[in-house]
Ligand binder design. Sequence first.
Ligand code: UN1
Length: 476
Amino acid sequence: MKPLLIDGAWQRTSHGVENVNPSDTADVIDTYAQAGVAETQTAIAAALAAAPEWGLSAPLLRHDILRRAGDEILARREELGRLLSREEGKIAREGIAEATRAAQIFHFFAAEALRLSGETGASLRPGVTVEVTREPVGVVGIIAPWNFPLAIPAWKIAPALCFANTVVFKPAELVPASAWALADILHRAGVPDGVFNLLNGPGAVVGQAMLDDPRIDALSFTGSQATGTRVAAASLPMMRRLQLEMGGKNPLVVLDDADLDVAVQCALDGAFFSTGQRCTASSRLIVTEGLHDRFVSRLTEAVSALRVGHALEDASDMGPVVSEAQLQQHLAFIAQARAQGGHLRTGGEVLRRETAGFYLSPALITETDPKMTINTTEVFGPVASVIRVRDYEHALAVANDTPFGLCAGICTTSLKHASDFKRKAQAGMVMVNLPTAGVDHHVPFGGTKSSSHGPREQGGQAREFFTTLKTAYVQP
Ligand code: UN1
């Protein structure tokens, strides 16, 4: 049984849960100790006790720890990437790329720890100076989703530690192996006792105990809108600082003047890579009528050609979906889309493979209306819909007709339309002739409307969430 990490010690519990491979349900990766309310509270107490010393630690110490963690992840990227793919189901190529990305994120924030920040200037009062400096927030709770088991924890944990906060980390229940590997690496990289704590366990117990605990000063969450709303409601009365990332219904607009090859590739990658299980997935393909039929026929061909199989087999282009519950939910979304008038062009079928897993052929639904459930609700799987529109103005209106605002993409060769779209798309991120998914770690990540709440993640901007400002007036 893989233990929890609390106050610098590996801790077993009486209850463990098996981690099952979605590509092969007979393959049990390991058993993971489950935290309860008591363990959660002990971890929070440890993080609180460690906060004063860590908060004043030398930047070079934090740099060295984050650097060592990044170095180890990079050196072990093949192994860690495969482990990630084995528990989450994205193909090994994507798993290894994600492990590499996690390493780069640790390296980025290692360097950030050494960047001097703060300002000194004259006060309005003669002879008085003013200093504006940054301090850690304190104890940071991190609740991460299952779809990026290394990268998302990395881009929350690395800046939290970089800016001298202590961490209580609750990974998603479906991906304890990547989380455990990360905790093991951080522990051996020299994170002091209590500074980083790992709590595998159910959201309803561990997540709830974190939400209920006023000792958690700030909470960074990525997950569903429903859970994000609960996180916010629980946190507001205690004035807890929040960073919520809650998904999207990202439009990819394809105009008549688009390069067809580029548009098809953007849609294929954006909608189906990582099995479509990305909050940045291009789930609404909004296509003007002059190119619509050719685009649909080319994309249908490309989607049908994707080979769905075991995540660790080289021949697979797409792995299984993450769980039986997700599979059933996707099938229900597809059935509902058809009942509401959508045309299932390809996919949407449960597939049998040599090993028992949650295999679903990637689904493309055409002739959909913007108001259909498939276009208003996040599916979070290999399902995309096509909406036919008259022209650019119509496309823009449909793209923005959603409560979400994470990412919006456009495929066009028109500078005029690309520029207008960049300005008017209601989203935190805009992609031109690129898939909506797949972002850089050195620039801000986040959305508008109900996709996100609080300061942006990643890049230099990450410090806005993970630090608090102090203004000191000094009369010598
Ligand atoms: C990406 O598209 O590169 O949960 C990252 C998600 C996002 C991460 C997307 N927070 O899918």
